[in-house]
Design a protein around this ligand. Structure first.
Ligand code: NAP
Length: 450
């Protein structure tokens, strides 16, 4: 049988794990990414101060050393080329392009200046080269009080980055302009707002605990939020993570304030945002108290208050987007599939597969994507075995990527990424740290071309 040729769209963890599994099985794999650098959310999602999680990059980077795997960066599938182009040029296409947009709150005032998406803030502080969101340097220059809405791990990242001292952030690979803007921000108080109780929060204990370990910050938990109702008692019984989180929160609620803290983190549970108030820019967040009714439904209690804030960051989850004519489930924001085989209605679309967040939604840790990607690759290999996926002999055909270059697309392949990697490490070494992220798109292309 000829060697299967597979295009993977997206070089985040799920794409890299899929590519690795495909190459191990003997396929030739091109990994496409719209950015000139690989690794998706490992580079542009994982918080830069989470050094050990970010070190997954080193593992993913080793995949490029394997035979028959190539990075094909700076190629926007959906703009420069279509999925149909790829389906014509490769035996199979695996879509792993993630969930890149944010979910909205749908409340009044959401479009005021100073009301922002966590996805934008994260893209900005990680130095995303396609960043086109709010001007955080000027927004942060006047921000004393912030509300972060949602109690997942992304919200915790945002609170931590806003609350850390410049010294605590200086060793990270954040671009210099980001470090300077965060250092200049006069943030004194960050409110973390959860619409349900502490037991229903989706953050994990390790991430939560870090908020209590910041150099210059006190964490405040209201004891009223820790009086558990019967619904929360039952949820606590059922979840080890919730029980561990609860222990941390109870300890904080009993802690004496330090007195000398320059920053404060206020945790609010059973608090739902109802309106963002301001004339031109954000001035306050209106919230209402919630509770579970006897049927376990979350209901408003009628108690409403305003929290004075200059910045509202909504961190209520990511959302996938459709790609060209590929089937898409608008309600769930995912590509419908059976074990990673893309479905059009009940029918499998031949040669089209999906893995990662765009397959199952934006949940789980990085490792979850390995299992997910390996599962999809197993389906693909089974289809080759059964003859459901036809492998064509492409001997003598022109290389698809060469064709893109001939068409004027500034493709960045593995040596280009290696040049960027080396330059970022060189700049880091000059400052006594591992790396400084290059954030400018044109500069990345220039370095990649050297
Ligand atoms: P998430 O865990 O799904 O959390 C979303 C939060 O938004 C939930 O608290 C949710 O509350 C809340 N929410 C949703 N709609 C809301 C609304 N209309 N009003 C108020 N609150 C609302 O999502 P995420 O934080 O974006 O994280 C995505 C995934 O990445 C997760 O699996 C996370 O663990 C992972 N991640 C991991 C790390 C890490 O390991 N360090 C770091 C970052 C992200 P309800 O529960 O009430 O809906």
């Amino acid at each position: 049988m000829p060697q299967p040729q597979v295009a993977v769209v997206g070089s985040g963890p799920s794409g890299m794990y899929a590519a690795d599994a495909l190459a191990e099985a003997g396929a030739k794999v091109d990994v496409f990414d719209r950015l000139p650098v690989p690794f998706g959310l490992v580079r542009y999602g994982v918080a830069p101060d989470h050094v050990s999680i970010r070190s997954v990059r080193d593992t993913l980077d080793k995949v490029w050393d394997k035979d028959h795997i190539r990075f094909v960066g700076n190629v926007d599938v959906g703009a420069d080329i279509s999925v149909e182009d790829l389906r014509g040029a490769y035996d199979a296409v695996v879509l792993t392009y993630g969930a890149s947009t944010d979910r909205r709150l749908g409340i009044e005032g959401e479009d005021l200046e100073g009301s922002v998406a966590a996805t934008d803030f994260v893209a900005w502080y990680t130095g995303h080269p396609a960043y086109a969101g709010p001007d955080f340097a000027s927004l942060l220059a006047r921000v004393r009080s912030v509300a972060v809405i949602g109690v997942g791990n992304v919200a915790v990242d945002v609170v931590r980055v806003l609350s850390k001292s410049p010294e605590e952030l200086s060793a990270t690979d954040m671009p210099d302009h980001v470090l300077a803007a965060l250092a200049a921000a006069p943030v004194e108080r960050v409110h973390l707002i959860g619409r349900r109780g502490p037991i229903q929060a989706s953050f994990t204990t390790k991430e939560l605990k870090e908020l209590g370990e910041l150099q210059e910050c006190d964490v405040h938990v209201r004891s009223v939020d820790l009086d558990l109702d019967p619904i929360s008692e039952a949820d606590l019984e059922a979840s080890k993570v919730a029980a561990r989180n609860f222990t941390v929160l109870r300890e904080w609620s009993e802690r004496a304030p330090r007195g000398d803290a320059s920053g404060h983190i206020d945790l609010h549970f059973f608090t739902r945002p109802t309106r963002i108030i301001g004339t031109d820019t954000v001035e306050a967040l209106e919230v209402e108290r919630t509770a579970f009714d006897d049927n376990g439904r979350l209901v408003a209690t009628g108690e409403s208050t305003q929290i004075p804030v200059d910045l509202v960051v909504r961190s209520v989850g990511y959302r996938g987007r459709p790609l060209g004519s590929v089937p898409f489930d608008e309600d769930r924001g995912v590509i419908p599939n059976a074990d990673g085989r893309v479905l059009e209605g009940e029918q499998v679309v031949p040669g089209l597969y999906v893995a990662g967040w765009i397959k199952r939604g934006p949940t789980g840790i990085i490792g979850t994507n390995k299992k997910c990607a390996v599962g999809t690759v197993a389906s693909l290999l089974a289809d080759i075995e059964s003859g459901a996926l036809n492998i064509r002999d492409r001997t003598g055909e022109a290389d698809f990527v060469d064709g893109l270059v001939d068409d004027g697309v500034a493709v960045v392949t593995t040596p280009g990424w290696r040049a960027v990697d080396a330059e970022e490490r060189r700049r880091g070494k000059e400052r006594g740290k591992e790396r400084v992220t290059v954030h400018d798109h044109a500069e990345l292309l220039q370095i990649a071309a050297t």
